[in-house]
Design a protein around this ligand. Sequence first.
Ligand code: CA
Length: 230
Amino acid sequence: MADILVVEDEEPIAEAIRLRLESEGFEVRVAHDGLGALDLARQKRPDLVVLDLMLPGMDGLDVCRELQRGTWIPVLMLTARTDETDKVAGFAVGADDYLTKPFSMRELTVRIRAILRRVERVHAAAPDGPVQVRDLTIDERRRRVLAGGREVALTPLQFDILAKLASSPGTVFSRERLMDEVWGYRDPAGSRVVDTHVAALRRKLGDEANEPRYIRTVYGVGYALREDDA
Ligand code: CA
C-alpha cells in the first residue's frame, strides 16, 4: 500500500486528511513544517507527498524543490487561493497537481489515486532508453528532456504530456485522450486545462505560436508531436 506524507501546519486539516487516507488503506505520516517533512522523507521515501503551500518557515515551493533533489517524488500541492494556485502552476518545482482549499476529502482521494495510477503507468510504460524525436531527447526513466541539446525544466504534467505525444510521433491525441491517459481523470474545468498545460510546455520548448517546431495543434481535434520538418 502506498506511503503518503502529509505536510500541513493546520492540525485539524492534517488530522482530517490522515483519518481519511488511513480509512482508504494508505500508510500516512504527518509533518507540520517543511524541515520535519524533509526529515521524514529522508528516513523513508514516500510514494506521494500532500504538501500545503503556506507553511511556517520554509514554504511549500521550497519543500517541493528539496524533495525532488535526486529522486522524483510525486507531489499534490494544497493552495489557499487562486493566485497561489497560479504561482504553483507556473513553477517548475515538480508539483504533479494541486487542490485549492477548501476541498472535499473525496476530491483529495480521487486526485491522489489518479497521480499514483499515472506514476505506475509511467514506470510500466517507460522505454529502457531515451526516446529521440528530431532534436528532442526524452528520457522517461530520469525524467529529463533536451531540446536541441539544451536541458528543458518541465513540470511533471508537462513532462508526461510530452512523453505521451512522443510515444507515437505524428499521431494526433485528442484533449480527452490526453486527459484520460495523462491526468487519469476528467478535470471539471474540461479540455481548457489541457490547452493551458500544452501552451506552457510549448513556451518552455521555445515553440513559436504560428510555426511550432515541436507540437502541432490540429484545430478542433488535439495535439501531435511533429515527426519531421515537412
Ligand atoms: Ca498552511
